[in-house]
Design a protein around this ligand. Structure first.
Ligand code: PMP
Ligand code: GLN
Length: 382
């Protein structure tokens, strides 16, 4: 977790947001929206604060949010979860993932993830003393090769950690891949941890929650968060749903990480989860438009643009512009174009990074006028 010089490195997202703040460049690096979410959700937080929800909430989370999560799983996916024993509220998806891996891993246990992968996974696997085994998602489509997946999972595998829709590639994993994950987990007695924080942010492609697949429910920890769905990334209200025995093991760790958090924001996220279906359709449609604006702008500026079916992110290839090293390009991008982005290598092992060195991740969860301005500035690169 330390750099070669022994100094703690900020995460790539903190580094890039600091770069944007320092240079005044448009921040398409760290994935956070630049507009507030629904007024109902914001007002619910204000009124919770005013009505005294300001002390420690219960360790499992406030009942109204646990019930709202259970209702949400039923409404969108037809899944029944017991709000009292199978839902745990966490400090963002980040804590849900950390507490789960710390609870499940013994030193030397293997965790299989796809690659590229969200940076937290590698860090927490290391903290828990686990071994990280990766299965590459190959550009341009970033779908998994079943043979590589089969080869990666063995009796040493304690956890298969899935992320769909996938950060940083925007891929939505297909049913065959997810079903194979379930089969392999069953065969090798592994737990599936599935990070579905972008579950509502898909564009014309169906998100399949892993836990809904045959054989998955009893071995799956499903993680999500209110941050992306309600434009409240700073509130850090996340949750997981899992069978009671897994929840019990995870709570044992979680209680010593944060114990609890976000008392007034928990009921506010519950209000969000109870919004009508139109809200959920609306955010996806709005983001799909933003994806189109940025993707078209990047293509016009000369990037090779990858298709993205979900999340906040699009991957673009800078090689056609003559930039083979995305790390170097991202360092200079504020000066060259007044834009900040993240090199894909921030999400990879060195071997995979070598093969994808010219790829850059851009976030499109910004106002259309900001995306248009960024696109116009990026046109200076050609
Ligand atoms: N998983 C993925 C794939 C993410 O992109 C993010 C961050 N945005 C998180 C987890 C963390 O979510 P939270 O902010 O709720 O902790
Ligand atoms: N998930 C966000 C991203 O990928 C960042 C969250 C963070 O800064 N930890 O950009």
């Amino acid at each position: 977790l330390l750099g070669a010089d022994g100094v703690v490195r900020p995460t790539i997202f903190a580094e890039m947001s600091a770069l944007a703040a320092r240079t005044g460049a448009i921040n398409l690096g760290q994935g956070f929206p630049d507009e507030d979410g629904p007024a109902v959700v914001l007002d619910a937080a204000v009124s919770a604060i005013r009505s005294g929800a300001n002390q420690y909430p219960p360790g499992m989370g406030v009942p109204v949010l646990r019930e709202a999560v259970a209702e949400h799983q039923r409404r969108f996916y037809g899944m029944e979860v017991d709000p009292e024993r199978e839902v745990l509220i966490t400090a963002g998806a980040t804590e849900a993932i950390a507490a789960t891996l710390l609870a499940l891993l013994e030193p030397g246990d293997e965790v299989v993830t796809f690659e590229p992968f969200y940076d937290e996974y590698g860090a927490v696997i290391a903290l828990a003393g686990g071994r990280h085994v990766t299965v590459p998602l190959e550009p341009p489509l970033f779908q998994a090769d079943p043979e590589r997946l089969r080869a990666a999972v063995s009796d040493r595998t304690r956890v298969i950690l899935v992320n769909t829709p996938h950060n940083p590639t925007g891929a939505v994993l297909d049913r065959e891949t997810l079903q194979l994950v379930v089969e392999l987990a069953e065969r090798h007695h592994a737990v599936i941890v599935t990070d579905e924080v972008y579950e509502h942010l898909t564009f014309g492609v169906q998100h399949i929650p892993v836990a809904t697949l045959p054989g998955a429910r009893e071995r799956t920890v499903t993680v999500s968060s209110g941050g992306k769905t309600f434009n409240t990334t700073g509130w850090k209200v996340g949750w997981l749903t899992a069978p009671p025995a897994l929840v019990t093991a995870i709570v044992a760790v979680k209680q010593f990480l944060t114990y609890v958090n976000a008392a007034p924001f928990q009921p506010a996220i519950a209000a969000g989860l109870r919004l009508p279906d139109e809200h959920f359709r609306g955010i996806a449609a709005d983001l799909a438009h933003k994806r189109d604006v940025l993707s078209a702008g990047l293509a016009a500026a000369g990037f090779g643009v990858h298709r993205t079916d979900g999340t906040y992110f699009v991957v673009a290839d800078a090689a056609p512009l003559g930039f083979d090293d995305a790390v170097e390009l991202c360092r200079r991008l504020p000066e060259l174009a007044g834009v900040v982005a993240v090199p894909l290598s921030a999400f990879c092992t060195p071997e995979y990074a070598l093969r994808t060195a010219s790829l850059v991740r851009f976030a499109f969860c910004k106002r259309v006028e900001v995306l248009e301005r960024a696109a116009a500035q990026l046109a200076r690169l050609s």
